[in-house]
Design a protein around this ligand. Structure first.
Ligand SMILES: Cc1ncc(C[n+]2csc(CCOP(=O)(O)OP(=O)(O)O)c2C)c(N)n1
Length: 335
């Protein structure tokens, strides 16, 4: 166990766990970057990635028990999927729409993460529709008297959608074990937060539904983890929902099809790059004497190698058979 007095979020984490969290963040960054490169090479159809969101994603997901709790991510959640246990290979097979991909054998849109054994449930493209699903899973967990919790993710734009409000209201009334994680990167594509909400913090929304809402620095891994751990413990104790708003910034365009120069300056992006969660956590690990520069570089090299191997595997993997295109679309009586 590491003694890190001035960093409450780290309490109880071992050195190995802290290094694993750093590894997951680096892996998420590397997978995202690779997906964008593959898209530019004409190999991947469309890339939606989460560079900048890694502390939010890894910090929240790390508070869950993989394969026990239920996860309802949104499209940007590469770091969530990897922290729960999906591999770079799983993600790149899906990104390149290969037959072996877990998400419907290459038929789903990229970034619709799904893994039945890990209890990662695929979402649909309309934003926030995963929130009522998460609340349903949490209600089921409560009715079955388990201590499972459900965690669902969405962006700041997702808080403007009715599905989220219906889900939050139901969660408040029925006190179900669900955690709503808002990855507030301050933009819904080109629309700034201040143009879609007249409040500063999205977490205020929770008050209207009768459960706590907290806002944390989404680029501070341990602050995020501390908030998530508390919310998960609360849910397991039967005290109901929590809303966690993680204030962050996406360092890349919305998707590979977006040109973010149309709505934000390079200077703004540059300012936020200085708050990048990866170097920030790396500096903390060094300060605490948990890792030196060599150890951090070793972790970065391991992530790069995993992503290289995953890319090579996914590129040579077979595409789905053309005659299978309509599978899962119509009822197949003979199957
Ligand atoms: C109901 C609905 N409306 C519009 C869209 C188109 N759309 C896709 S992503 C997106 C932006 C969502 O922004 P936010 O929730 O803040 O997440 P971010 O992409 O910033 O992480 C929009 C409007 C959609 N998918 N679903």
């Amino acid at each position: 166990m590491v003694s890190v007095k001035e960093t409450p979020g780290a309490t109880g984490l071992t050195k190995d766990q802290l290094l694993e969290m750093y590894y997951k963040m680096v892996l998420a960054r590397t997978v995202g970057q690779r997906e964008r490169i593959l898209n530019r090479m004409g190999k991947g159809p469309f890339a939606v990635t989460g560079e900048g969101h890694e502390a939010t994603q890894v910090g929240t997901a790390y508070a869950l028990r993989p394969g026990h709790d239920w996860v309802f991510p949104y499209y940007r959640d590469i770091g969530v999927a990897l922290t729960i246990g999906m591999t770079a290979r799983d993600l790149l097979l899906a990104q390149l729409s290969k037959a072996e991909a877990i998400e419907s054998g290459g038929r789903n849109m990229p970034s619709h993460f799904s893994h039945p054994q890990l209890r990662i449930v695929s979402g649909s493209a309309p934003v926030s529709t995963q929130a009522p699903h998460a609340v349903g899973a949490a209600l089921a967990a409560k009715l079955r008297r388990t201590d499972e919790v459900a965690m669902t993710y969405f962006g700041d734009g997702g808080t403007s959608v009715g599905d989220l409000h219906e889900a939050m209201n139901f969660a408040g009334v029925h006190k179900v074990p669900v955690i709503f994680v808002c990855e507030n990167n301050q933009f819904a594509i080109s629309v700034r937060w201040r143009n879609q909400a007249a409040i500063e913090n999205a977490s205020l929304r929770a008050q209207g539904y009768g459960f706590p809402g907290v806002t944390v620095d989404g680029n501070d891994l341990l602050a995020v983890y501390g908030a998530a751990r508390e919310a998960v413990a609360r849910a397991r104790r039967g005290e109901g929902a929590t809303f966690i708003e993680c204030k962050t910034y996406r360092l890349v365009p919305h998707t590979s099809d977006d040109d973010d120069r149309r709505y934000r300056t390079r200077e703004e992006v540059e300012e936020w790059s200085k708050k990048d969660p990866l170097p920030r956590f790396a500096a903390w690990l060094k300060e605490q004497g948990i890792a030196d520069q060599g150890a951090l570089e070793g972790i970065q090299a391991r992530a790069a190698q995993e992503v290289d191997e995953a890319t090579a595997y996914a590129e040579q993997a077979p595409a789905p058979a053309p005659e299978s295109a309509l599978r899962h679309v119509f009822v197949e009586e003979d199957r």
